[in-house]
Design a protein around this ligand. Structure first.
Ligand SMILES: [Zn+2]
Length: 230
């Protein structure tokens, strides 16, 4: 599998999806699917680099696809103006080589993480809020999001970027880092950045921490691997 032939699904055309698609296209990715149900809002513009003021009210996937293809004519962008759901997640994952999580909202991140465990398609989880961000690759044999957090928090317990805000450059940093991790996962069987390492960045101090995440023996991701082995 080469980067040019990899089919990469980016879920979210916002603060993480915009810088991630730019970095992936620059690196040589040629087949990108981008999913997002939202339209461009004025408050998106400081961090969502493919959208401009005249795009306000347009589907985000349309402005992203238009500008990305103008900048990189050889990239095929499949823009889908819809929301990924529990019902559609597995078939979307199965149709791609790797998935990048550019969503805003914890519940959807668990939907993505669980689909990655079920299908075995690698996911590069990312999250950003206010000044800080997180990135971790979920690959078969490594820990998943439930090894890290166990259960999704109750609705409203964790604020979204839309509600709490995010520093624009931190979103660019985290989205670019997700692309970097994705490139490593696609290019090697033994990723050093990925598999069980949670990267945590802090835009106030510019500190970067790496945390090794252990797989919980009773987690669904451990069962999924033993079922494949059997
Ligand atoms: Zn797990």
């Amino acid at each position: 599998m080469t980067l040019a032939s990899a089919r990469i699904l980016v879920v979210g055309a916002g603060g993480l999806g915009c810088p991630a698609t730019l970095a992936l296209a620059r690196a040589g990715a040629r087949r990108l699917t981008v999913l997002d149900p939202d339209v461009v809002d004025l408050t998106n513009l400081h961090r969502q680099l493919w959208h401009r003021t005249p795009d306000i009210g347009r589907p985000k996937v349309d402005s992203l696809a238009e500008r990305l293809q103008a900048a990189f004519p050889s990239v095929q962008v499949d823009a889908q103006h819809l929301r990924l759901t529990e019902e559609t997640a597995d078939s979307l994952f199965a149709a791609h080589t790797l998935v990048v999580d550019g969503t805003d909202g914890v519940a959807t991140k668990f939907v993505l993480a669980d689909a990655a465990v079920r299908t075995g398609v690698p996911l590069v989880y990312g999250g950003v809020l206010r000044w800080s961000g997180q990135v971790m690759a979920l690959v078969r044999g490594g820990p998943c999001l439930r090894c890290l957090f166990e259960e999704p928090p109750e609705p409203g317990q964790v604020p979204t970027c839309a509600a709490a805000g995010v520093l624009g450059p931190v979103a660019g940093w985290v989205g670019g880092l997700q692309a970097q991790v994705a490139l490593e996962v696609l290019s090697t069987r033994e990723p050093r950045l990925g598999r069980g390492t949670l990267h945590v960045v802090d835009g106030r101090t510019l500190r970067w921490r790496r945390m090794e995440v252990r797989r919980r023996a009773d987690c669904a991701c451990a069962r999924a691997v033993s079922e494949v082995a059997a």
